[in-house]
Ligand binder design. Structure first.
Ligand code: G6P
Ligand code: MG
Length: 228
């Protein structure tokens, strides 16, 4: 059986609670444009780039804007988002995230951060989480947004491992699809009703053990559940 060798983590909504700040900022933009933007609408924005997020937002509002207006709105959204992010401290690392990453590393698995965000460096600096990762692939290093598998495949390259030896941890529907497109195990972090395509869904990393991870791995790779 193919061994599990690496764990690839999305950032927003998996390691840190920034998903709520993305939502607050986009909802504010929608409000200024004169339409309502719900939490359900917001699910479509998770995991996708800033530019693509704006396109989806405008689609929800039924608006068509020229390129200059879109650039302005994307900048405005990022400024709003950063006004929240810059106040963050390590307290906002999601429960269990640090402990789970540490357990993965102690078990010998490589770890990588795999995110569409172009703000990943500043967030890692504020939260002091850089030492938890062997590799980082962020929105500045990819051209295709999730559900394209590029970000995860680039992580595998950076770690010098075959994609089939990697497991992905994701809170976005687009991220689960991207993980599967990369041929990787997909662990959903969040609501099972939304992340139903994942191989396993848990509410947060605090609810996941390495035994469960290995069980999901074995089930995907040889159809049997590992002995605890
Ligand atoms: C993550 C989030 C998305 C966000 C994207 C870009 O994938 O889940 O909601 O749009 O990053 O983030 P950025 O920080 O570059 O605007
Ligand atoms: Mg996310």
């Amino acid at each position: 059986m193919i061994p599990l060798a690496a764990c690839l983590f999305d950032l927003d909504g998996v390691i840190v609670d920034t998903a709520k700040y993305h939502f607050i900022a986009w909802r504010q933009i929608a409000k200024e444009l004169g339409f309502d933007f719900t939490e359900r609408d917001n699910e479509r924005l998770k995991g996708v780039s800033r530019t693509r997020s704006l396109e989806i937002l405008l689609e929800v509002g039924g608006l068509a804007l020229d390129t200059a207006a879109k650039v302005r709105l994307a900048e405005q959204k990022n400024a709003l988002y950063l006004s929240h992010v810059m106040k963050m401290t390590p307290v906002e690392i999601l429960p269990g995230a640090e402990a789970f990453l540490t357990a993965c590393r102690q078990a010998g698995y490589k770890t990588a951060l795999a995110t569409a965000s172009r703000n990943a460096a500043v967030i890692m600096e504020l939260l002091k989480i850089a030492p938890l990762f062997d590799a980082v692939v962020d929105g500045n290093k990819v051209t295709h947004t999730k559900p394209d598998p590029e970000v995860f495949l680039n992580c595998a390259v950076a770690l010098e491992l075959p994609p089939q030896t990697c497991a992905v941890f994701e809170d976005a529907e687009a991220g689960i699809a991207a993980a599967h497109a990369a041929g990787m195990l997909a662990i959903g972090i969040g609501d099972a009703g939304i992340l139903g395509n994942a191989d396993l869904v848990v509410p947060g990393l605090k609810d996941l053990s390495l035994v469960q991870l290995r069980g999901a791995w074995d089930k995907k790779n040889n159809g049997t559940v590992a002995k605890p």
